[in-house]
Design a protein around this ligand. Sequence first.
Ligand code: FES
Ligand SMILES: [Fe+2]
Length: 391
Amino acid sequence: MSNFARIPMADLHAATRPIEAARGLPNGVYNDPNFLLEERDRVIAKTWAGVGFAGDLPEPGYVQPVTFMGLPMVIMRDRDNQVRVFHNVCSHRGMIVVSEAGPVTGSVRCPYHSWTYGLNGDLKGTPHIGGVGVHNTAGFNCEKHGMKEIRSQVWFDVVFVNLDGQAAEFADFIAPVTTRWQTYLGDTGLARMRREEEGGTVMLDVACNWKLAVENYCESYHLPWVHPSLNSYSRIQDHYHIMFDDFAGQGTMVYNLSETAGTSLPTFPEWPAEKMKEAEYITVFPNVLLGIQADHTFAIVLEPVTNERTIEHLRIMYVGDEALSEAYRAHRAATLESWKIVFGEDVGVVEGMQFGRISPGFKGGVYSPVLDNPTHYFNKWVANHLIASAH
Ligand code: FES
Ligand SMILES: [Fe+2]
């Protein structure tokens, strides 16, 4: 019996009921050891998932191997500055081609028999394929044996992939978010986002299923107890829910911009003056968590390592080149530190929820009909995709 068959359909349907009558997702989708691969093929492969950051490959000629839900991939920035994603597998005998991130000169080379590939995936060299000293052979056409590309798109510095190649165009998929955030970012906000060359990153290795990280990110119900210092100025009642299409999260009316020695970081020029303290936090289903404030943004890619372990990769971006100058070093450090504290505070609860799902005394749980709406919205999205995949 497949792992999916062990998940009772009735339990999935229970998550799709109206929130007052709904139950959460069954324990198996969080802790059945092999469910992750089923979920990859049944849910995640059909949409756009985050696998990395274009800014991690700062210049043409950079490559970065990543493993996403068990699949070896490589992100490559070619000589024309185009970022692409490939299955990181040699067309010859299936060896992993790229094992180290960083710049490469020329092409990438498979370490097994030295076949070489251009950074656009083209197979370039097949040494001795026709016998010693003979580098081609009759009937073998290099053009047919390049690295296999995965449909991908860069947005908000996140490298998204669509594994099955059948999802909607990325621009159409993300349009509801860009439309919503037009109010804050205007036409130029995305192009102004800048990463620090060094720093501006956080990595958290968390013992929980990736979905629990999403569920926790989407709600503000836990603020008073898990984030007492944040809650002192940004209380539950200052937050509102966000739920539309493949996105859910929350917004706040009272974000405190970072101030050091009386100055503040540069802000987005089109961000309305009367909204300076507003901020929004949205999960792009399935696994990309975004945050926008007037003076910085961040993106978190959740890397599901196993069904019970997730690595959270965070990258902070500031507004324009000037924000990266020495004058703002302390502001940037303070901003990063405040997020490190907040996300660090969440680790105990997501790991605790994971452990709780071992218990036969827990069967999905229930929701606050007032404060858990985005969490329920996400769970419903997962359940509906799993149900649809059964037909
Ligand atoms: S497996 Fe890559 S060159 Fe042989
Ligand atoms: Fe939190």
